[in-house]
Design a protein around this ligand. Structure first.
Ligand code: F6P
Length: 558
């Protein structure tokens, strides 16, 4: 295993450190002095136009960032990922989510298998299945077509599918609704099934491992609910054969562990596989997205995959100085390691993208929230960023105050679209134009602020002038696309996958394992008996945990 380069020993790091010390960020002057600044730092990748000009970029900073990428071996690591080398060192696996969107005519042999052929075999089966569900040819046990698809999964087996479903609602077929159950909180299942007709529901159990406690518990609950509901209404007989037939008609699975799928009682011919070289949080474009494929149909699904592939090609081929994911990732490192930025806001100006920040939280934080490098040595700098956000303009009335006048540097990505899915007017005004005016106004205000003299010129009482000053010089990236189409969504997701990868390479992190989620899972299993009255399990707990459990048991009504 090759060791990661220590980024702090590179010439580029020293240069960035010097630049950080010397640079006076002053967007007003930078834009005034260079009328072509916006043009210089506006790049395109696929359908995305990315304006980086309101970042702490100067020609020398950009050169130093590019050199940092070169000196840590970003391009070689990227190529190793695309080629299927085992860069997931702790699990000894290839990292090949990019193979999920390669065209069928290509081939990539990894560990003796043509992974592109495998991908397209499953994709073709998925598409055939989705077509049957969409056309009504696939029916429930009583012969009625499917109207509700409920995806049961968590983490990568939920956040991606639900985000895509919400984002592509304008492309959804009439007559089919998807719902998503993830939480082991039983109220999630209750709320998602309480008004569903058991004769027209299809459950998709999505789990890479098919062992995840939440998903397996919810899948069993769903099976019981389905059988009980069908039996209670007399839709099926109370026999084993009838129950098996109902399960076969109303349950399909998506997993890498097809043996466990069969053990659960789902017919393997109703299972769609993927591979251990797809990380959970990188899996939405595998069969994990089956609910989305059913909702939007094969043509839109293929457009989404094309969008992913377009961004992959850009990341694989564009020189670092023009490589959008690479530059955005390197800028994030600059803010995190030199400006002390701890969080990163993602602010989509599209209500359809309301789950995008949550999706990115898993993608980025499960990938790069680590203290150990890929050769098991400790990291040498701060790593990871806390990603968060909400759609604009809602966020403007909630947390933008801190972005504008707080003491912290919060690099923010604004994502907007020229064309709305639904163009609505109010009193003759184009409401989308009003909406997007807010996008442009916010990025402008964050960059250029408002001086004390400008505040005074408005006749403001001197005592409150300081409170009304905006310092400006707050970094933002503006991402603009023609519309939130399936293709553009694919480009956006792949953009953030590769930003995450770039940051991980600089920090020397294996962005593809997630050992940090294990401890809590194990402890929950040890604690559960204590809540069921096991005195020994209770006595084994630390004082705080024991006290909390005792209070829980006291407060619990039955
Ligand atoms: O616990 C974290 C995690 O392993 C995620 O990485 C993953 O996306 C999620 O759980 C769900 O895992 P699975 O798809 O195997 O059920």
């Amino acid at each position: 295993m090759n060791s990661p380069v220590d980024p702090t020993t590179t010439g580029a790091w020293a240069e960035l450190s010097r630049l950080h010390g010397e640079l006076t960020v002053d967007f007003r002057t930078w834009f005034a002095d260079d009328p072509r600044r916006a043009e210089t730092y506006t790049l395109t990748a696929g359908d995305l136009l990315v304006d980086l000009s309101k970042n702490y970029l100067t020609p020398v900073v950009r050169d130093a960032l590019v050199r940092l990428g070169e000196q840590v071996g970003l391009e070689a690591r990227r190529d190793a990922m695309f080629a299927g080398e085992h860069i997931n060192t702790t699990e000894d696996r290839a990292v090949l989510h990019t193979a999920l969107r390669r065209p069928a005519a290509e081939s990539l042999v990894v560990d003796g298998e043509d992974v592109v052929r495998q991908v397209h075999e499953v994709l073709d089966r998925e598409i055939a299945f989705a077509d049957r569900v969409r056309s009504g040819e696939w029916t429930g046990v009583t012969g009625r077509p499917i109207t509700t698809v409920i995806n049961i999964g968590i983490g990568g087996s939920d956040l991606g599918p639900v985000m895509v479903y919400e984002a592509l609602k304008p492309y959804k077929a009439d007559g089919i609704e998807c719902r998503y159950v993830s939480n082991i909180d039983p109220t999630d299942m209750y709320e998602k099934t309480k008004d569903v007709d058991p004769e027209t529901v299809l459950f998709i159990v999505a789990s890479k491992t098919f062992t995840t406690l939440e998903t397996m518990t919810n899948a069993r609950m769903a099976k019981n609910w389905l059988i009980n509901s069908l039996e209670n209404t007399g839709a099926i007989e109370r026999t084993l054969a009838a129950r098996e037939e109902a399960t076969a008609k109303h349950f399909v699975a998506v997993s890498t562990a097809l043996d466990r799928v069969a053990e659960f009682g789902i017919d393997p011919s109703n299972a769609f596989g993927f591979w251990n070289w797809v990380g959970g949080r990188y899996s939405v474009d595998s069969a994990v997205g089956l609910s989305d494929l059913i909702a939007v149909g094969p043509e839109n699904w293929r457009a989404l995959l094309d969008g992913f592939h377009t961004m992959d090609q850009h990341f694989a081929a564009a020189p670092l100085a023009e490589n959008v994911p690479a530059l955005m990732g390197l800028l994030n490192v600059f803010y995190s390691n030199f400006y002390g930025a701890q969080s990163h806001a993602v602010l989509p100006y599209s209500q359809y993208l309301h789950r995008f920040p949550a999706y990115l939280q898993q993608l980025t934080m499960e990938s790069n929230g680590k203290s150990t490098r890929w050769d098991a040595s400790p990291v040498v700098s701060q790593t990871g960023e806390v990603f968060w956000g909400e759609p604009g303009t809602n966020g403007q009335h909630a947390f933008y105050q801190l972005l504008h006048q707080g003491t912290r540097v919060v690099p923010s990505d604004f994502i907007g679209f020229a064309n709305p899915a639904h163009a609505l007017h109010e009193s003759g005004n184009d409401v989308h134009a009003l909406f997007m005016s807010n996008f442009f106004a916010q990025t402008k205000a964050l960059a250029f602020g408002k001086t004390a003299d400008e505040v005074r010129a408005e006749g403001c009482d001197e005592a409150i002038v300081p409170a009304r000053v905006f310092s400006g010089n707050r970094p933002t990236t503006s991402i603009l696309a023609p519309e939130l189409s399936p293709r553009v969504l694919g480009e956006l997701i792949a953009l953030y996958e590769h930003i995450t990868f770039t940051e991980g390479v600089v920090w020397g992190i294996n962005s593809f394992d997630q050992w940090g989620v294990e401890l809590g899972k194990k402890l929950a299993l040890q604690i559960a008996p204590a809540l069921g009255g096991d005195a020994d399990a209770l006595a084994a707990q630390d004082g705080s945990t024991r006290g909390l459990i005792e209070n829980y048991l006291r407060l619990r009504r039955s």
